[in-house]
Write a protein that binds this ligand. Structure first.
Ligand code: AMP
Ligand code: MN
Ligand code: MN
Ligand code: MN
Length: 282
């Protein structure tokens, strides 16, 4: 028996319905070409791409899982919670996500104002063409604008210098509460997963508080393999999953062909001794 080079599972990525650059059809094609058998689309605060993604996934013989990535404010930090196996038609979920997207519009204008103050005129109007979904203008779209204009070499620089938390063009935003996000996902029949836990700037006490509160609310798992984690973090969060009895999810967090560290379908095999969240799906 030879070990597989890549995990045939990818349960986290973004389309043009949020801040990805590919359509659901293009993502399905890429996932399939890269050997994915079980795929989820998880746009930020948005489920409108799922019906197209599902149709294209099924055309290619992949198993498709309806997903979403909900923005949460927890103890002053932005935390992302992925919902997998949700019913995208659930009225409560749809209404709640819609309200979050409405809030993004004023925030995007405020980000544009801050960038204008920093000398980047018309940043809001410049970011808009990058956002195919006018309800979902994100910092990523502003970052792409800054790169296009030659102000930054890449997205990382745009976040480091301007858009990242606490940086000059950062506009503090109150997203959903952890309780709300987990409730919305569970009410829509899905499993709640903490996305890329290695990305939050939390000390051990805070991390423990997040994981145990999440578990008490009915959250079932954490991402271990993600494009946001280093190999060392794979091991750290595998251990966290074993310690808390969390199921494990894995996804590239792919946004586009020339962005990010890991391609769609490019995750390595899962460390031993973990319970995959996808057991019942594949
Ligand atoms: P928003 O939801 O508008 O706050 O935008 C958050 C998105 O910005 C994340 O989902 C990432 O896609 C992107 N992002 C955050 N930090 C970085 C970074 N350092 N480099 C590239 N993209 C980033
Ligand atoms: Mn994103
Ligand atoms: Mn995220
Ligand atoms: Mn993501």
């Amino acid at each position: 028996m030879s070990a597989q080079a890549f995990l045939p599972v990818d349960l986290h990525c973004h389309s043009v319905f949020s801040d990805g650059v590919l359509t659901p059809a293009e993502l399905a094609e890429r996932a399939h070409a890269n050997g994915v058998r079980l795929w989820a689309l998880t746009d930020h605060d948005e489920v409108s791409g799922l019906s197209q993604a599902r149709a294209h996934a099924q055309d290619r013989g992949m198993v498709f899982v309806d997903g979403v990535e909900i923005s949460v404010t927890w103890a002053g930090h932005t935390v992302h919670v992925v919902g997998l196996g949700i019913n995208p038609a659930h009225p409560g979920l749809r209404a709640s996500l819609h309200a979050m997207r409405v809030g993004r519009q004023a925030r995007a204008r405020a980000i544009g104002d801050r960038l204008a103050d920093l000398g980047f005129a018309h940043a809001y109007d410049g970011a808009l063409p990058f956002a195919a979904n006018p309800e979902l203008v994100s910092r990523t779209h502003f970052a792409r604008f800054l790169v296009q204009q030659g102000h930054c070499a890449d997205l990382g620089e745009a976040f480091r210098r301007y858009l990242g938390d606490g940086k000059p063009a950062f506009v503090p935003t109150r997203w959903a509460s952890l309780t709300q996000a987990v409730e919305w996902i569970r009410q829509a029949g899905g499993k709640a997963i903490i996305a890329h836990p290695g990305r939050y700037d939390l000390d051990d006490t805070r991390s423990h508080a997040l994981f145990s509160q999440f578990q008490d609310l009915g959250g079932v798992g954490i991402e271990v393999l993600t494009g946001s984690h280093t190999a060392q973090e794979y091991a750290i969060y595998a251990q966290v999953a074993r310690r808390y009895g969390f199921q494990v999810s894995c996804g590239s967090d792919f946004h586009g062909p020339s962005e990010g560290r890991i391609d769609l379908g490019g995750l390595p095999p899962l460390p031993a001794g973990l319970v995959p969240v996808w057991q019942e799906w594949l």
